[in-house]
Design a protein around this ligand. Structure first.
Ligand code: SAM
Ligand code: SF4
Length: 349
């Protein structure tokens, strides 16, 4: 196969280049966050790790130079360290960065070190509260505070393990994600910012999204990024840094020099216009948009060899025209026309 050639500029129908591949390793999860609703069973026909590496290699050569491993919960993947080690061998194919998003519940100091040594560049951990009660509400409906206390403790231990393993927060290699839902954990906005400031990690506060078809999302659950920033700035003043092209997050600098904050405003300020992300489910279905009902099955092209796979990916990307979040407002006016979205834990965020 020809080496990755940056001159060959792949663009979708809206002129957007490829950039980030989000690869789901499993649809299963050890938590059941009510805004995400994992199935806890795998879809039919999971890809093998060898197929995953082949897929990432071909995608990297097309310009998907950043990879994010996700799920479900990627730490449930049995051969994760080995997979990361093989993926790290794809730098020569144009793969510049390997990141992972995880709830951290299974991240021991040893696993964090092994992942770092294997070549994982960045880690984003998810935690939606700072108290046993708020975490319990966010990790599983009707779970007890004792479960929340356990999950909180595990997430804090994971942050420490990751930092000790070499995921340096000051270089952006370790970040914290939190989804904010009005009436469920919005009392945690300021405490989460305080926690992130103390630990020294960038906190990314995410507007609750209408992913899937069973999380009961309604616009009233959304606390806009503007409101989130107002609440935090009232305690620790912030100055805006803007949103980099292709990024999901807008960033803010604490005026007292105590680090950075980020907001992901896919509801109130959609960023479809420069979206460069392609999602691949654990069973090899490609979705160009988090909200696209239909995906393209890559298993047959994968098994037919790199040239066929490359052609399939080029076709998928060059025909892409979705911009669901920008069209959301219109869709909300006529809810009956809304498509059925795949669930977040299947697509992987
Ligand atoms: N299990 C891992 C975790 O929780 O980090 C990785 C998969 S999870 C689907 C990836 C990210 O999506 C998490 O940070 C999670 O908080 C976020 N997420 C899930 N459902 C969401 C929703 N409805 N709205 C906004 N973010 C969501
Ligand atoms: Fe699991 Fe992550 Fe979904 Fe929560 S957001 S249920 S941790 S996959």
């Amino acid at each position: 196969m020809a080496p990755f050639s940056p001159e060959k500029l792949l663009r979708d129908r809206l002129g957007r280049p490829p950039g980030v591949l989000r690869l789901s390793l499993t649809a299963r999860c050890n938590l059941s966050c009510p805004y995400c609703c994992p199935d806890n069973k795998e879809p039919e026909g999971l890809l093998s790790d060898t197929e995953r590496v082949e897929l990432v290699a071909v995608a990297a050569r097309l310009g998907f130079s950043k990879l994010r491993l996700t799920g479900g919960e990627p730490l449930l993947h049995p051969s994760l360290v080995e997979l990361v080690r093989h993926l790290a061998g794809l730098r020569r194919d144009g793969l510049q960065e390997i990141a992972m998003t995880s709830n951290g519940q299974r991240l021991t100091p040893l696993l964090a070190r092994d992942l770092h040594l294997a070549g994982l560049d960045r880690l984003t951990l998810s935690l939606d509260g700072t108290t046993a009660g708020s975490v319990a509400r966010m990790v599983a409906p009707a779970s007890k505070n004792s479960r929340g206390a356990h999950c909180l403790e595990a997430a804090l231990a994971a942050l420490e393990a990751a930092r000790d393993a070499g995921f340096e927060p000051a270089c952006g290699r370790l970040k914290l994600n939190a989804v904010i839902i009005r009436g469920r954990n919005d009392d945690q906005v300021v405490p989460l910012a305080g926690l992130a400031r103390r630990v020294g990690v960038e906190l990314r506060l995410i507007e609750a999204m209408d992913v899937g078809s069973r999380n009961g999302w309604s616009p009233s659950q959304v606390i806009s990024a503007d409101e989130i920033v107002r609440r935090i700035a009232a305690v620790w003043p912030l100055e805006p840094m803007g949103r980099a092209t292709h990024a999901t997050a807008a960033r803010w600098r604490y005026r007292d020099g105590q680090g950075l904050l980020a907001t992901v405003a896919s509801i109130s300020q959609p960023f479809c216009g420069d979206c460069n992300r392609l999602r691949i489910t654990a069973n090899g279905i490609a979705h160009t948009c988090l909200f696209s009902a239909e995906g393209s099955d890559l298993r047959q092209p994968l098994r037919a060899g790199p040239d066929v796979l490359r052609a399939a990916l080029e076709t998928i990307w060059s025909e892409r025209r979705d911009r669901y979040s920008e069209e959301r407002a219109a869709r909300l006016q006529s809810p009956n026309s809304a498509p059925v979205h795949p669930e977040m834990a299947y697509l992987g965020g």
